[in-house]
Design a protein around this ligand. Structure first.
Ligand SMILES: Nc1ncnc2c1ncn2[C@@H]1O[C@H](COP(=O)(O)OP(=O)(O)O)[C@@H](O)[C@H]1O
Ligand SMILES: [Mg+2]
Length: 374
């Protein structure tokens, strides 16, 4: 015998894997080479081990071995399939019966995010949609008060062998809030993993049933809760709430930046201007732009985002919230009209988004580096 294993490899380096378009030695597809007299055997992995592919590649091996080794050989090739990369299971959507999940966010606190969310939820329910609301502002849950269900406790229910909690219902909206499980003072001390786990349970361990819209009232700012949210459920889109005030606009811009981050990647449906102008109850046609005018309009234009509405600053909006009867219920009032127009725009923008883009996938974050907004 006048040839070695390296001669065999040299010969086989002329054989090209048809799908991978590189030679089988370079691709490290040949193993277990055995040599006995002029009998050569080895294992060869190929990407598509269909019969004709096997035949062709064995022929190619034979031709090049005969050519390089300059002798007639007895060849035995054991063809194997290249193992497929272990398929990463698509992260399971814990809410397959919820059509649209909408996060309501603001950069700054106190801009009326919860007020806007509560009124939007009721407006959608009044239009006949099935609506759920998750109060994810675990540091300042306000939905129990706004929906006048402060003293209710979500009841346990067994569904398909799982112990779930039933959301509390008010004004046609299904609601869950950390506020139902801990008093507000207690919730304030929750941080990090504990807060995240509590929030996750509101989505995954509740009997939400079928919903057209699930609204999420996020805590202000750009923090852990936002990241944990996009890892828990596939968010359809986000709405940014801001007042026309400069400090609020600066933070609104940061919120836009956060949702656009590669690691978050949630489309923004649009912006809503709250406390756009002050209207005295007795002079509803008078508008006083006490926080400035057009600030959010220009930010929306700059970011190429729709402005979904303008909600006036009216005393009764505040009173209605505190009394647990959101202003949308004051039919025909200017404020109810403003909230209704906003809800219509939200419906339109969600539909537009669903036409243009694929459903958002839950985010799998393994490396949080670079996950900060400037
Ligand atoms: N358009 C408005 N007119 C009058 N008061 C409002 C309006 N929007 C919000 N408020 C009041 O401002 C305060 C802060 O609103 P809230 O919705 O709790 O803000 P956030 O959730 O952003 O912290 C509340 O007392 C609320 O009733
Ligand atoms: Mg709030």
């Amino acid at each position: 015998m006048s040839f070695s294993e390296s001669d065999i490899k040299k010969a086989l380096s002329f054989v090209i894997e048809p799908d991978l378009k590189k030679d089988i030695i370079e691709l490290n597809l040949v193993s277990n080479i055995k040599l006995e007299e002029n009998k050569i055997s080895f294992d060869l992995q190929i990407s598509n081990p269909a019969m004709h592919n096997k035949k062709r590649i064995i022929e190619a091996c034979e031709i090049h071995l005969n050519r390089i080794l300059k002798t007639s050989i007895d060849l035995d090739v054991n063809i194997l399939a290249i193992p497929k990369p272990t398929e990463i299971p698509k992260s399971k959507n814990p809410l397959p019966n919820v059509k649209n999940i909408i996060a309501i966010a603001s950069g700054k606190g106190g801009v009326g995010k919860s007020t806007v969310t509560a009124n939007l939820a009721i407006a959608l329910a009044q239009k006949g949609y099935k609506v759920g609301l998750v109060d994810a502002d675990i540091y300042g849950p306000s939905m129990p008060l706004m929906f006048n269900v402060e003293h209710e406790k979500p009841q346990p229910v067994e569904k398909n062998g799982r112990n779930l909690i039933t959301p509390v219902e008010s004004y046609g909206v299904k609601i869950l809030s950390i506020g139902f499980f801990a008093d507000t003072n207690q919730a304030v001390v929750w941080r990090g993993p504990m807060a995240t786990r509590a929030l996750t349970q509101l989505f995954t361990e509740a009997d939400w049933g079928e919903l057209d819209y699930m609204l999420i009232d996020l805590p202000p700012g750009t923090g852990d809760i936002h990241l944990s949210l996009v890892q828990t459920v596939p968010v359809t889109g986000a709405i940014i709430v801001s007042t026309p005030q400069k400090v609020a606009l600066i933070d609104a811009r940061k919120a836009v930046g956060m949702f656009s981050l590669e690691q978050i990647n949630v489309p923004i449906l649009g912006m809503i201007e709250n406390m756009a102008y002050f209207s005295p109850e007795e002079l509803p046609d008078n508008k006083y732009y006490i926080f400035g005018q057009d600030g959010l309009k220009s930010l929306a234009q700059e970011q190429k985002l729709p402005l979904l509405g303008e909600i006036p600053l009216v005393q009764s909006i505040r009173e209605a919230g505190d009394a647990g009867r959101p202003a949308i219920l004051q039919e025909t009032s200017t404020q109810a009209t403003a909230f209704n127009a906003f809800a219509e725009n939200v419906i339109t923008e969600v539909a537009n988004r669903n036409k243009k883009l694929d459903p958002t996938q839950k985010v799998t974050i393994t490396n949080m580096d670079g996950c900060s907004t400037k």
